[in-house]
Ligand binder design. Structure first.
Ligand SMILES: [Cu+2]
Length: 357
């Protein structure tokens, strides 16, 4: 029977139902292909069902009460009625049970699905360093010594250990079908552990607005077999281009809708250097060069604008005296001993190269 031949009253409901069902098919979150994503989808569904145990009866009973006690119907008038033990038990016990179950579930899954927790697996993990740039993603494979822009490849059923940072403003790294989105931030590292349960090409994206070219910051995450991954690494090796400081500086310049490209090698320590330049360099302290990449963000980038704005907050006057110690550990009473073995820190200078905001 064609949809159009259905009785007019039914048609909107059939349409609504098909929209809801089709919507479910297209949602990457509800169609996960990795264990983390599957666990998160199950948690989402379980919590929703538990909450519907309250929501649905409340909605139904509201309608029932409105109908049953409508003004036109004569009901018994009981102004002295004020207590019912069965009702008290239901309205207190059921929410308490639901809250307890939800609490245990959320506590346990928060730890089990902690993005920083390495996955339990017999398979040797693949290390990937991801850097968000204006406006593309750089993926460095330190063990394979290759790198790629806007394309990620890995073998299925293999844990992926991501270290993530930004050489620009804040971004968010997200492959919806594999689960867990996590932020990338300049000057610091976030970690993420994912795994693909099956082969496939999954859409990855930046899910945090980062400026003009943001909408083009998506990439394919290709889960393949070991042979496919080896071939992908060989393809990157065959590109002949090296990712060194010069080619990185070129890559880091703002560009939009960048097609996937590959590097046959990646200078060791590049990822650390990208983080290090925001730890000290953008604040104008001398003498903290790390890996020769202590230069501030390239002029004209979003990061440079942020750094300028941040420097402005300190003000020229207090910069010279103690402006920077305001957010370094040295300025906190009682913290000196922990970092300097009892020796008081010289005023106005941070001693610990790891410190950041
Ligand atoms: Cu500062």
């Amino acid at each position: 029977m064609s949809l159009l031949k259905l009785p007019g009253r039914l048609r909107p409901w059939i349409l609504l139902a098909s929209v809801l069902f089709l919507g479910g098919c297209q949602s990457a979150i509800l169609n996960p292909k990795g264990q983390i994503g599957i666990d998160e989808r199950n948690l989402l569904v379980t919590c929703t069902v538990l909450m519907l145990l309250v929501v649905v009866p409340v909605i139904v009973l509201t309608l029932v009460f409105a109908y049953r006690y409508r003004a036109s119907k004569q009901n018994r008038y009981e102004p002295e009625w004020h207590h019912s033990t069965p009702i008290e038990i239901v309205v207190w016990a059921i929410p308490c049970v639901i809250i307890t179950v939800l609490g245990v579930l959320v506590w346990r899954s928060s730890h089990a699905l902690d993005p920083y927790r390495p996955l339990d697996s017999q398979v040797k993990p693949i290390n990937i360093e991801a850097v968000s740039l204006d406006w593309k993603w750089l993926f460095i494979y330190p063990d394979q010594d290759v790198a790629a822009v806007n394309e990620l490849a890995f073998p299925e059923k293999t844990p992926l250990n991501f270290r993530i940072t930004s050489d620009s403003v804040m971004n968010a790294f997200f492959i919806p079908q594999m689960g867990t989105m996590i932020y990338s931030m300049a000057g610091m590292e976030t970690k993420l552990h994912l795994i693909a349960n099956e082969q496939g090409t999954f859409r990855g994206l930046s899910s945090h607005y980062s400026g003009a070219g943001f909408s083009g910051m998506h990439f394919n995450a290709i889960a393949t077999d070991q042979a496919g991954f080896d071939a992908w690494v060989a393809k990157a090796k065959a590109s002949g281009k090296a990712l060194d400081e010069a080619s990185y500086a070129e890559l880091a310049k703002p560009s939009e809708n960048v097609a996937p490209m590959y590097y046959a090698s990646a200078t060791p320590g590049l990822f650390q250097g990208i983080m290090a330049k925001y730890m000290m360099g953008s604040h104008g302290h001398g003498g903290h060069e790390m890996l020769g990449m202590d230069n501030p963000a390239p002029p004209g980038t979003e990061a440079a604008k942020q750094a300028d704005a941040h420097a402005g907050e300190h003000g020229a006057a207090d910069e010279a005296t103690q402006g920077h110690d305001m957010h370094s550990m040295d300025a906190m009473p009682g913290m000196d001993d922990m970092h300097h073995d009892g020796a008081p820190a010289p005023a106005g200078e941070s001693q610990n190269p790891q410190e950041t905001h």
